[in-house]
Design a protein around this ligand. Structure first.
Ligand code: DQQ
Length: 477
């Protein structure tokens, strides 16, 4: 097994393949993470639900597989993604049974505090996709309680139209009445819609005074995750805007959120690989979960995304750097190095002498043959992870990942970066996130540097921590 690139503080199964987070729930104080899992090899395949538990959503312990395909059943070709709800004091999973290329809503109950899941004998509970629509794809679930009923969204792709989410209503989770697409008018005041492909894994919830609809847009490759903000009225959603949730294409996908016992809405997403299937198979594992994230809206109504506060518990030894000027085109090596780090860097607001591009370099080898650059371009108003020189291995992606970041008047660049062997999560100014993978080949690609080009950059302060492992059982990985 390839331990060099294997994350130590992002969740992944003991071996083989993982994709979407499923059935997230805090039940009697314990967090449960179920996940899409091929237990046979490190590539996508017959889907099972893996299972792990945590006291704090950070440290995890593996549990036995929770759902497996039933031969002859509606999920005989795979137990695809789903969510957890609680009905009459019993946790219930609503998931997509995959059979003969079609996915149908199924249920599984737990009467032993989520030690095991029992499939509902009457599965599937929604045997057919909505009539009257030419659907190319249809699956995945978001279920909530509203008034005295259950509501459910399922993701879909309407041929020659776009992605869609269909709304259903039920009194008992078993009998569902279809209410049509949640969004009847897909036009947006500020521009286009995500590509005409399936919207997978819809997630829908109240954020402040608005509603947020998260969809994972399966464009074949790369995939991306986006969100709408808008108003939910009379069981219809009127979107005001659509944005990418994370600029790391295929690096953050199929996220799911849940509300914990403290009332916090927390999201996890699948951090996909960026290397060949052959490389995955050789390494013996594939896929990780992101760190938990939380949302808020800033004073201007923009979405803010931050790591869940509990992540700080992983911090070990600390490094601090006082205020300093980063001169253009110098090699500013820091004392900090490693493959499992958190780095927080606050840059001064730009003035006329400020560099055009500045930021951090991570996973740097001493001879510069490998490095990954987290770069802010203040003229293009873009934040990027440049992977051009991330790895000497040709089988991995070297594509730059990034997107817009407009700094307000007087606002400096604020980076919070998580480095975990092959995972990178960059949170910039709370409102731009890039999650992606890199696979340095050299054991000494451990350095962290500051850089500036075309002018100076002033660092107001930099703190970094070595990060500890997340496994409750120290022998697990
Ligand atoms: N993954 C699941 C599907 C979902 C997709 C299958 C998203 O339910 O649409 O593994 O990654």
């Amino acid at each position: 097994m390839d331990l060099f690139h294997r994350p130590v503080y992002h969740f992944l199964p003991p071996a083989n393949w993982m994709n979407d987070p499923n059935g997230l729930i805090q039940w009697k104080g314990i967090y449960h993470l179920f996940y899409q899992h091929n237990p046979y090899e490190a590539q996508w395949g017959p889907m099972h639900w893996g299972h792990a538990v945590s006291p704090d959503l950070i440290h995890w312990q593996h549990k036995p597989i929770a759902l497996a395909p039933t031969p002859g059943g509606p999920d005989q070709d795979g137990c695809w993604s789903g969510v957890a709800v609680v009905k009459d004091g019993v946790p219930v999973m609503v998931y997509s049974g995959n059979r003969d290329g079609k996915q149908r809503a199924c249920l599984a109950f737990s009467r032993d505090d989520l030690e095991t899941l029992q499939k509902y004998p009457g599965n599937p509970v929604i045997p057919d996709s909505p009539a009257g629509y030419d659907l190319l794809e249809y699956r995945d679930h978001c279920v909530w309680r509203e008034g005295d009923a259950w509501y459910q969204l399922m993701g879909a792709w309407i041929k020659d139209v776009s992605g869609a989410v269909f709304l259903y209503r039920s009194d008992d989770l078993v009998h569902w009445k279809e209410l049509g697409p949640l969004m009847v008018d897909n036009s947006l005041p500020d521009g286009g819609l995500p590509a005409a492909e399936i919207w997978e894994c819809p997630d829908f919830f109240l954020l402040g005074e608005q509603h947020m609809l998260v969809v994972s847009v399966n464009t074949g490759a790369p995939y991306f995750t986006g969100y709408f903000l808008g108003a939910y009225q009379d069981h219809r959603f009127i979107p005001k805007l659509f944005r990418k949730l994370d600029y790391g294409d295929s690096g953050f996908y199929a996220p799911q959120s849940f509300v914990n016992e403290a009332g916090e809405r927390i999201q996890l997403g699948w951090v996909g690989e960026a290397r060949s299937v052959q490389a995955q198979l050789e390494s013996g594992w594939a896929g990780a979960q992101s760190l938990p994230r939380v949302f808020s809206l800033d004073a201007q109504g923009r979405l803010e995304i931050q790591p869940y506060r509990g992540v700080d518990i992983l911090r070990g030894e600390k490094y601090c750097l006082p205020e300093m000027t980063v001169l253009p085109d110098t090699r500013q090596v820091l004392d900090i190095e490693g493959h499992a780090l958190e780095v927080q860097a606050e840059f001064a607001p730009a003035d006329s002498r400020t560099a055009v591009e500045y930021g951090l370099k991570i996973y740097c080898s001493p001879d510069d043959s490998e490095e990954t650059t987290i770069c802010f371009n203040r003229e293009l108003h873009r934040i990027e992870v440049v992977r051009q020189h991330s790895s000497l291995d040709e089988r991995v992606s070297h594509q730059t990942q990034g997107g817009p970041l407009e700094l307000d008047e007087g606002e400096g660049l604020s980076l919070r970066v998580y480095i975990d062997h092959s995972v990178i999560e960059v949170f910039a100014n709370r409102r731009a996130v890039i999650t992606c993978r890199v696979y340095p080949t050299r054991a000494d690609s451990r350095g962290v540097r500051l850089f500036a080009s075309g002018g100076n950059a002033i660092i107001k302060g930099l703190n970094a921590w070595e990060m500890n492992k997340i496994w409750v059982d120290c022998n697990a990985s």
